[in-house]
Design a protein around this ligand. Structure first.
Ligand code: NAD
Ligand code: IPM
Ligand code: MN
Length: 354
């Protein structure tokens, strides 16, 4: 039995996460998997109603009693400083120590490529974003706030342990998947302290992973090469902030945020699974939210639970929706969220019985 906590969050998170649950419930029923879902209302509505972001006991409850969290998105215009988003999403990532943010960049069909002459053969990488350190740790402060002399400091925190474990995660993944070249990306030419640590760690690991080619590229150049020669990058490892930015470029290369899935992992522990996109207030409530990022996220969740065959079924069902153009407007279709979801479920039904 696997217990899954569902946190739809805000905006389109509340539209796509329930479709993810329906898909998982359906595949569980068809294939005899015992998945149990518990829903949590953490998000802007709850925060604005009673001040709760993530109750202190939630972390231990998730850690001890659940195998996975299916997350929608957080972010709401009524909370302009995004306090609840940090206290929910970043707290989950940090306090559960989910140090691997795994973000596939996989183009599903050539027609979604924004690049001339680059298609599914070229755009098929996996990014390993460090997920518990960097400028996200909220170390810093302001001085003389509100005066013309105001100073703001956000520290970039990098530990040897943190850098090494995310690099190892990328390298071990490459080994498992037969990828020979792994790229580490930093900005060590300008940020010499943190960058130096990444460089030293990477060089040491190169000795241990002699069967792989450990390469380095500065993050500015890597951002450019992703657009010019995406085929160079099958596995990339980088820090929290650079990973955030590069994986939105990756989402763009793979047809947009409507297709981009992610997993927040710590091997052997609970995983947090979320589409890369946010709460999309501009389309919330219109039925335009693309549920496919969430479905591909559900495939990652199924893999995490050891249900690889079921994960492949979900991916194949999504591929059929793509082939038939049963898609939302962000990716050139004319269907709404529920129509796409119903079509994908129908394909799952067929594939699971086959
Ligand atoms: P966003 O990802 O919400 O939206 C960016 C653009 O992409 C919008 O035009 C949106 O309509 C479109 N889009 C995103 N997902 C889509 C989908 N599934 N289907 C169709 N179109 C989609 O980013 P934003 O507008 O910068 O942020 C909105 C809020 O979400 C902010 O509060 C932000 O902090 C938050 N956010 C949360 C997460 C998360 O919870 N993981 C991630 C990113 C942003
Ligand atoms: C993401 C988001 C988050 C991040 C925000 C909402 C804090 O952009 O999941 O990519 O920067 O990690
Ligand atoms: Mn992001």
């Amino acid at each position: 039995m696997a217990r899954i906590a569902v946190i739809p969050g805000d905006g389109i998170g509340k539209e796509v996460a329930p479709e993810g649950v329906k898909l998982l419930e359906q595949i569980a029923a068809l294939r005899g998997l015992d998945l149990q879902f518990n829903h949590f209302d953490y998000g802007a509505d709850r925060f604005l109603a009673d001040g709760t972001t993530l109750p202190p006991e939630a972390i231990a409850d998730f850690r001890d009693n659940y195998q996975a969290i299916l997350f929608g998105a957080v972010g709401d215009p009524r909370v302009p400083d995004s306090r609840h988003a940090r206290e929910i999403l970043l707290a989950l990532r940090f306090q559960l120590d989910l140090y691997v943010n795994l973000r596939p960049v996989k183009l599903l069909a050539d027609r979604f490529s924004p690049l001339r002459n680059k298609g599914t053969k070229e755009i098929r990488g996996v990014f390993f974003r460090e997920n518990t350190e960097g400028v996200y740790v909220d170390v810093g402060g302001t001085y003389k706030q509100g005066t013309p002399d105001e100073i703001a400091v956000t520290e970039d925190v990098n530990s040897r342990k943190g850098v090494e474990r995310i690099c190892r995660a990328a390298l071990d993944y490459a080994r498992r998947h037969g990828v020979k070249t792994v790229w580490m990306s930093d900005k060590s030419n300008a940020m010499r302290h943190a960058g130096g640590l990444w460089q030293r760690t990477w060089k040491e690991l190169a000795k241990e992973y002699g069967d792989l080619e450990l390469k380095h590229m500065y993050v500015d150049v890597l951002a450019m090469q992703m657009v010019l020669k995406p085929e160079m990058f099958q596995v990339v490892v980088t820090n929290n902030l650079f990973g955030d930015i590069l994986t939105d470029i990756g989402a763009g290369l793979a047809g947009g945020l409507g297709f981009a899935a992610s997993a927040n992992l710590h091997p052997g522990r609970i995983g947090l699974f979320e589409p890369v996109h946010g709460s999309a207030p501009d389309i919330a409530g219109t039925g335009k939210a693309n549920p496919i990022a969430t479905f591909l996220t559900c495939a990652l969740l199924l893999e995490h639970l050891g249900h690889d065959a079921e994960a492949r079924i979900v991916e194949q069902a999504v591929e059929l929706a793509v082939a038939e153009n049963v898609l939302t407007p962000d990716v050139g279709g004319d269907r709404d969220t529920q129509a796409v979801a119903a079509f994908v479920r129908a394909q799952v039904e067929r594939l699971a019985r086959a």
